[in-house]
Design a protein around this ligand. Structure first.
Ligand SMILES: N[C@@H](CCC(=O)N[C@@H](CS)C(=O)NCC(=O)O)C(=O)O
Length: 219
């Protein structure tokens, strides 16, 4: 499982588990046409919490991506931004220095900070409270959903102004990133109030490159 700078592979190595946040990194590498190998981490049996993986990502989370240099990157949004820069011109993100790229960067961090974080608060509620009464976790879940609904409303309003995609005239990684979060949807939004986001998600789902990766991840 190791990735070290002395003895590193010449390609990217993606530590992955079906249905996890590794989906969007796999999508990015595929869109880029990058060579990569995958190492399956069995999250159900807790392999991500074992010492060998924890040495790569002390947060014990996926995705993790070993670069050809041997450097290991974590944090899905940072990985997407890095790959977009490494594979400029492959349609992963708008061109650097444009208004569209500013929106791409904004939404990549926004989705990570608000939606990914909201999903984690929803599914791993017990980590976010020391209140062990039934109301403790229930309140954290409800607050997470409220926050995600607010974030979706912000994105929906932006699509109304600049759509049909979140950045640029075509699909980029932020649309794929949102689609992943949307597929985990723990009641993140009133779907009738997000028709533009829903249409964007349908378009991502119909994309010939992305559809089979979504299928492999069961998303
Ligand atoms: N901020 C991280 C969050 C990653 C994350 O929470 N990944 C989940 C899988 S989707 C995970 O590994 N969870 C296992 C755990 O926290 O125990 C990112 O954006 O990459």
């Amino acid at each position: 499982m190791s990735a070290n700078k002395e003895n590193h592979p010449m390609t990217y190595t993606l530590y992955t588990s079906a249905g996890s946040g590794s989906f969007v990194v796999e999508a990015a590498l595929t869109m880029a046409g990058a060579e990569f190998t995958k190492i399956d981490i069995d999250m159900e049996s807790g392999t991500h919490r074992e010492a060998e993986f924890a040495a790569l990502n002390p947060m014990k989370q996926l995705p993790a991506l070993a670069l050809p240099s041997g450097e290991v990157m974590t944090e899905s949004a940072a990985i997407l931004i890095y790959l977009a820069q490494e594979f400029a011109g492959k349609g992963l993100a708008p061109e650097a220095g444009t208004a569209e790229q500013a929106r791409f960067l904004r939404w990549a961090v926004f989705i990570s900070a608000n939606l990914y974080e909201g999903v984690l608060r929803y599914y791993f509620t017990q980590r976010y409270t020391t209140d062990e009464t039934p109301a403790g976790p229930a309140g954290v879940k409800a607050a997470a959903q409220n926050n995600m609904r607010t974030a979706c409303a912000v994105l929906e309003a932006d699509l109304a102004r600049n759509g049909p995609w979140l950045s640029g005239p075509g699909m980029t990684l932020v649309d794929v990133y949102f689609t992943m979060l949307h597929s985990w949807n723990p009641g993140m939004a009133d779907t009738s109030a997000m028709s533009k986001l829903n249409a964007m998600v349908e378009a991502v789902r119909a994309d010939a490159v992305i559809a089979p990766i979504l299928g492999r991840h069961g998303l």
